[in-house]
Design a protein around this ligand. Structure first.
Ligand code: FAD
Length: 558
């Protein structure tokens, strides 16, 4: 049975309630997905449930960078810089189409936080500690060379820049590729299944959960020797249900990114720059857009629907206009946005930006293992750490034996690219040729390859089989692939988490929403009322990301 197909959901749900698992993972973000893959590949019987769609939480709302740990250098966390740097190289090797080198410019400006020598030395130490090599090594540039790289920079205060390597990714796709690899290694994985309570056996130890199928409305029980709570910003809700809150708790902060069409903000080069309040933000060109972020403010409202408010937008626009004065950005220029919640671990007396991004594991007396904090960048290492704990526990109480962590060797996103980025580029050129032969722009090949890797071949098979060799045909082919291979159940699954179109090509969502809804209705046999519900939900999401209300919590100063 191919459980990655949306059609097989009824069988998937009955298997979930019939089998006995070694491990049940709650939460289908990057952390949970990484854990499921790690545990399944070691030989554990694994289940994972996600209450909404995979990557619905923070893992579709990050800055979408796989960092090298530069910020840890500032805090003198030397070991961490080394660890994060080598981890980035590993994730790039596993998915070179999805974790792609993105040279970053650090402008040096009059009155800025760092001078030329401090930056040059800092980036040099960073390269050394993080094991950065080849063309990723830092380069210091003078003023004119910096302006050649990015002519939009403010000339009168510019002194030069440091250029170093970041890696860009698509967080939701990275999560999904881990989910798919976990399924290939035997894990049973379901989106739209919410863990609502725990079952306890002897000595009040957890033996499983009660769950709710939020699409079909039924309840189910899932049995497991161990349960891992990887619910990101919702980790404490589950700890509360398990009555295992101790002195450690989460502290949520909201981070917003805003998106401009390329024509309105024609940035050539990614920039990481100072803001007057002492923070730093990114401006990153990507395909048809440029995005800017992020903010960092304490958050206490609805975790399921963090919104971008007008004050978030003006903060980011003011910062951008200060460094790129010629473009004169306005609120009306913002075409999309996203707001995510950082599940940080509370530290007394520290502000949002000062709190450490380290991950932590909490063990409860009932056996619940909760993992919180951390970064997308470290998801694989976090998974290794927590699965080591789980394996040790299960082995101590049974005669089962598991291998050690194998995920360093499991490529993500279908067939591997044996020569890394070089093979990715060659494959993209090949697709560009094929698509340009039917009149499609080069962007489409870039888009497909960097989201799907070699799985693009399967999408192109659907495309060729369809009679429509236009952008519309390509989008319907992408949908067919999503329905068969990626558990797409709703319109927003497709337009937000599988394809990122809501953020990076919102025009295509407007153009094709109705046709995609019609194709999904055909596939699932949806009623008229379900179709209008789906379209309404999508329109709500489109409004949420592009219409900016005043912040209801802002203190108005008269
Ligand atoms: P989530 O992605 O939130 O996943 C938790 C999941 O659990 C959710 O999908 C939720 O629906 C599900 N869930 C909750 N309760 C239940 C339940 N009862 N039953 C079933 N499922 C449940 N890191 C980087 O490395 N690089 C970056 O560039 C970067 N930028 C960031 C920018 C911002 C603005 C933010 C907010 C974070 C950023 N991070 C970045 C951090 C990174 O995004 C997070 O560390 C990571 O995505 C957290 O993943 P997670 O799986 O722990 O949480």
């Amino acid at each position: 049975m191919r459980f990655q197909s949306a059609t097989h959901r009824p069988d998937l749900l009955s298997q979930l309630s019939e089998r006995n698992f070694d491990l049940l993972v709650i939460g289908g973000g990057a952390t949970g997905a990484g854990i499921a893959l790690d545990a399944a590949s070691r030989g554990m019987a694994v289940a994972l449930v996600e209450k909404k769609d995979f990557a619905f939480g923070t893992s579709s709302r990050s800055t979408k960078l796989i960092h090298g740990g530069l910020r840890y250098l500032k805090q003198l966390e030397i070991k961490l810089v080394h660890e994060v740097g080598s981890e980035r190289a590993t994730v790039h090797r596993l998915a070179p189409h999805l974790v792609v080198s993105e040279p970053m410019l650090l402008p040096l400006v009059k009155g800025g936080t760092y001078g030329k020598w401090a930056t040059a030395f800092g980036l040099w130490v960073y390269d050394l500690l993080a094991g950065v090599s080849g063309k990723d090594r830092r380069v210091m540039l003078g003023k004119s060379h910096t302006l050649e790289k990015e002519p939009l920079l403010r000339e009168d205060i510019l002194l030069g820049s440091g250029r170093y390597a970041e890696y860009r990714t698509d967080d939701a796709r990275l999560t999904l590729e881990n989910i798919k690899a976990a399924i290939q290694h035997g894990a049973l994985v379901a989106n739209y299944v919410e863990a609502t309570g725990f079952h306890y056996g002897e000595n009040q130890k957890i033996t499983g959960v009660t769950a709710h199928d939020t699409l079909g409305g039924k309840s189910l029980d899932i049995r497991a020797k161990l349960v891992i709570n990887a619910a990101g910003p919702w980790v404490d809700e589950l700890r509360q249900k398990n009555q295992s809150m101790n002195q450690k708790r989460l502290f949520l902060t909201k981070g917003v990114h805003i998106v401009f069409p390329k024509e309105r903000f024609p940035l050539r080069q990614s920039i990481y720059f100072d803001v007057p309040d002492g923070r730093m933000i990114f401006a990153i060109p990507r395909g048809k857009v440029t995005y800017v972020g992020t903010t960092d403010t304490e958050y206490k409202a609805d975790k399921d629907r963090p919104l971008t408010y007008l004050d978030d937008v003006t903060y980011l626009i003011d910062a951008s206009n200060r460094l790129f004065p010629s473009i004169k950005l306005r609120v009306e220029d913002v075409v999309s946005s996203w707001a995510g919640l950082r599940p940080l671990i509370f530290e007394e007396g520290k502000s949002a930006s000062e709190i450490s991004r380290k991950d932590e594991i909490f063990l409860s007396d009932t056996g619940l293992i909760s993992i919180a904090g951390g970064k997308l960048t470290g998801y694989r290492k976090m998974a290794e750490k927590v699965v080591d704990v789980a394996a040790k526990h299960i082995q101590a109480h049974s005669n089962q034996r598991f291998t050690s962590c194998l995920t360093k060797k499991i490529p993500l996103g279908g067939l591997a690219f044996d020569r890394g980025a070089v093979s990715v580029d060659a494959y993209r050129d090949q697709l560009r040729e094929e698509l340009s032969a039917v009149g499609l722009e080069a962007y489409q090949a870039w888009y497909l390859v960097h989201l799907y890797g070699r799985q693009s071949d399967q999408i192109l098979d659907y495309f060729r089989q369809g009679k429509d060799l236009s952008e519309r045909g390509l989008i319907l082919a992408e949908l067919a692939y999503g329905l068969e291979e990626e558990m797409v159940h709703t319109l927003t699954d497709f337009f937000v988490r599988r394809t990122g179109r809501l953020y990076f090509d919102i025009e295509s969502v407007r153009t094709y929403a109705e046709e995609v809804a019609a194709a999904m209705a055909d596939h699932f046999g949806w009623s008229e009322s379900r179709i209008s519900f789906e379209l309404q939900s999508l329109h709500q999401e489109m409004e949420d990301v592009s219409v900016f209300r005043p912040n209801p919590e802002a203190v108005s100063v008269m």
